[in-house]
Design a protein around this ligand. Sequence first.
Ligand SMILES: [Zn+2]
Length: 197
Amino acid sequence: MGGPELERLIALLAKLPGLGPRSARRAVLHLMKRREALLEPLAAALAEAGKRIRTCSVCGNLDSTDPCTLCRDERRDPAVLCVVEEVADLWAMERAGVFRGRYHVLGGSLSALDGVGPEDLAIPRLVARAREGQVREVILATNATVEGQTTAHYIAERLADAGVAVTRLAHGVPIGGELEYLDDGTLAAALRSRRAL
Ligand SMILES: [Zn+2]
């Protein structure tokens, strides 16, 4: 319809979460209408991000430096680790602005159905990190889904003899709820009322 370049762009955009072929088409038309204001800055930002953004080798966050800004922040308490499934969850915690410790991003949750085991996630690295001696508490902030709960229990078992307190987000996280979609207040309450696991 619009030449191979446009079709390719539409096909790529349609792979983004929340976008289908129809909205991808609309987005592309919108970009073409606003070349200078949108298309060119977007292309430059994508190229820049692709070149510079790395996964933090310590916590799994995304940043242009490794270790990331959060890991290098001396004001953050290295004794408390908050374990989340995805970077989006870490960002949700940061948006809520209630946590002043460090993070550990797992990269997903355990799922026998999808064949995701501990070695596929950053669990071995978490266990090693928890045993380094600096860590006193590990807060398991995985989603309140079946997979998230399973993952939390598995990690708690692995950390049973690590000499650290293992806690879990408590009230406020609805069953089946994903951290990313919680409002800041709910997330703050859940963190405050965390309990031993
Ligand atoms: Zn980091």
